[in-house]
Design a protein. Sequence first.
Length: 174
Amino acid sequence: MAAAEEDALDTRSSDHQEMVDNENELAEVMSSTATNLFLLKDKTKLKQGALYGKVKDTCVNLQKAVKGLVIFSPELEAVAHGILTNSIPPSWLGVSYPSLKPLMSYVYDFIARLKFLDDWIKQGIPNTMWFSAFFFQQALLTGAKQNFARKHIIAIDQIDFSFIIISDETKYDL
């Protein structure tokens, strides 16, 4: 491997690790509503689950491998190739949400997901939801139904969702 590639790998893997670490502070959930319990679990899946651990561990080990402190495993070689070609490493995709983005866009998306969940924790339930940001969207919908059922003292199996399709030309206040 050329010295320029080694420097690029060391810098980029360090950058990826730092970006993920800086956005990974888990705030306390203030109430125990079903949607907040979902939020905590979803955030934990992203933060402490396999995805966060895989990104952090492979970036740290890649930096060590470039310096000659650990052996380049096939997994680290695949991560190095992904970083150099701006593609998501297969080992990350194996524990990730589906994504076809290039690597840098994927990392920014991952950070944005963590930030969205942190903002919800710190500022309360948002007026609109970034539905695809959630790891397990069905749990959010079930949590919303549970909250409604508890508030109105009705059985959860009697609750269903209805939707209104809004055209781009129509303006609604949320």
